[in-house]
Design a protein around this ligand. Structure first.
Ligand SMILES: [Zn+2]
Ligand SMILES: [Zn+2]
Length: 218
């Protein structure tokens, strides 16, 4: 099925928000909600897409801070792995820790999150998204895989030339490397990788050149 992916880089952290749809103007899925729901809504309006769901890779402020606004604007359900709910429940605390600013009221998570489980298949907008639980950057981090289209939304797990940081609360390097080796590296090498920050890449390119992936068991 034809696939349209619009990427916008939003907010202070330049977080990629993706709007995925089978065709222009059709039903769509929003992946991650940076704290700028107005900008997300503008992209949706421009494409004429009709969002059916919000998939959240993890509970960090720069990916979830606009979830409440997206849910309110489109009446969609927000999906998040339960192991990251504690992060999503404390957006103001994250803002203080990351930015050194006090509660500002501009961050709003969703009131409830539909729990994601590893391997869960979500049939949305005519596409089959498979949630792959990839802990390490956060305990509940998930990548979303479109197997038929060969696309992986890798959140803050895998970047072009790098991996997600593991020095924030709940992060763990060994856990990240294990989930990388067991759940991401075995995917088809031709998979397009669309990260939560920075440019797109392919799994083949990362396997060949990403310094963090060179020592992993193959
Ligand atoms: Zn993150
Ligand atoms: Zn991020």
């Amino acid at each position: 099925m034809p696939l349209t992916i619009k990427a916008v880089s939003l907010w202070l952290a330049a977080t990629n928000c993706y709007l995925v749809s089978g065709s222009d103007g059709g039903p769509g899925v929003i992946i991650d909600a940076p704290p700028d729901p107005g900008a997300i809504a503008e992209v949706v309006r421009r494409t004429g897409a009709v969002p059916q769901a919000l998939l959240l890779t993890h509970g960090h402020l720069d990916h979830v801070g606009g979830a409440g606004g997206v849910v309110a604007a489109f009446g969609v359900t927000a999906h998040l792995h339960p192991a990251d709910e504690w992060l999503a429940a404390d957006l103001e605390g994250q803002a203080r820790m990351l930015l050194g600013i006090g509660p500002s009221g501009e961050f709003a998570g969703a009131e409830r999150y539909e729990p994601l489980a590893d391997g869960a298949v979500l049939d949305l907008a005519g596409l089959r998204f498979r949630a792959i639980h990839t802990p390490g950057h956060t305990p509940g981090h998930c990548c979303f895989w479109l197997e038929d289209e060969g696309v992986l939304f890798s959140g803050d797990h895998l970047f072009a030339g790098s991996i997600g940081r593991t020095d924030l609360p709940g992060g763990d390097y060994a856990t990240l490397m294990r989930s990388m080796a067991e759940r991401v590296v075995p995917l088809p090498a031709a998979t397009d990788v669309l990260p939560g920050h920075g440019p797109a890449t392919t799994l083949a390119r990362e396997l060949a050149t990403n310094p963090f992936l060179q020592d992993l068991p193959r």
